[in-house]
Design a protein around this ligand. Structure first.
Ligand SMILES: CC(C)(COP(=O)(O)OP(=O)(O)OC[C@H]1O[C@@H](n2cnc3c(N)ncnc32)[C@H](O)[C@@H]1OP(=O)(O)O)[C@@H](O)C(=O)NCCC(=O)NCCS
Length: 172
């Protein structure tokens, strides 16, 4: 089975919605992907294809770092990866890993400083993510993780990471 990664074509938007819906077993994340795109918030969106079939998808969106009262932050460019989806019947075969590596490489190449995500602490450390010292809006602890693309850029940062409003609007 050969998996090819590429930027999504307009003709694949319905297929992507279906992949995300099936991966999560809910419309919420699929609606989120549609809304991120409509709002111009999607960054480094990619699909995984097996033959002509879309089997996986990843997208990132801007993260605002909101300083704690009295704190002054350096100017950092950050993204949140969400959602990441692989169709249920092809999970566990490395497709999610390919998509993660592609997005991390693209963000590094574009000189983003940091990536954030909310996910399973058993999966994302393999890509270099670790529990983030930056706060989040979800009250998450181990599940809120970050990866510094600029060395130590998040060290000691007194801030909360805020996702774009589409997340709250769909209830993600
Ligand atoms: C999470 C997901 C994207 C991973 O993609 P994938 O192609 O199945 O993952 P890979 O094949 O690259 O990696 C498989 C590894 O991830 C682990 N893994 C997958 N999902 C996991 C989870 N929710 N928790 C912990 N580990 C998980 C597997 O156990 C496996 O571990 P191993 O390599 O040590 O055996 C996919 O399982 C999925 O779409 N899940 C449903 C949606 C979801 O939860 N998305 C992530 C939150 S945004």
């Amino acid at each position: 089975m050969q998996t090819v990664l590429r930027a999504p074509a307009d003709s694949q938007l319905g297929d992507i919605h279906e992949v995300v819906r099936r991966a999560f077993g809910s419309e919420t994340e699929a609606d989120l992907v549609d809304l991120l795109r409509q709002r111009g918030n999607s960054r480094f969106e990619a699909v995984a294809m097996v033959g002509e079939r879309v089997v996986g998808h990843i997208v990132a969106s801007p993260i605002e770092l909101v300083p704690a009262p009295g704190a002054v932050l350096p100017d950092l460019a950050a993204l949140g990866i969400a959602p990441l989806s692989v169709v249920p019947e092809l999970q566990g075969q490395g497709i999610g890993g390919l998509l993660m590596h592609r997005l991390i490489d693209a963000a590094r190449h574009a000189r983003f400083d940091a990536l954030f995500l909310l996910g399973h602490p058993g999966y994302y450390p393999r890509f270099g993510f670790a529990r983030s010292q930056v706060g989040n809006e979800y009250g998450a602890t181990d599940a809120f993780m970050s990866l510094e693309l600029t060395e130590k850029c998040l060290a000691g940062l007194q801030a909360t990471a805020r996702y774009v409003s589409a997340f709250g609007e769909v209830g993600a």
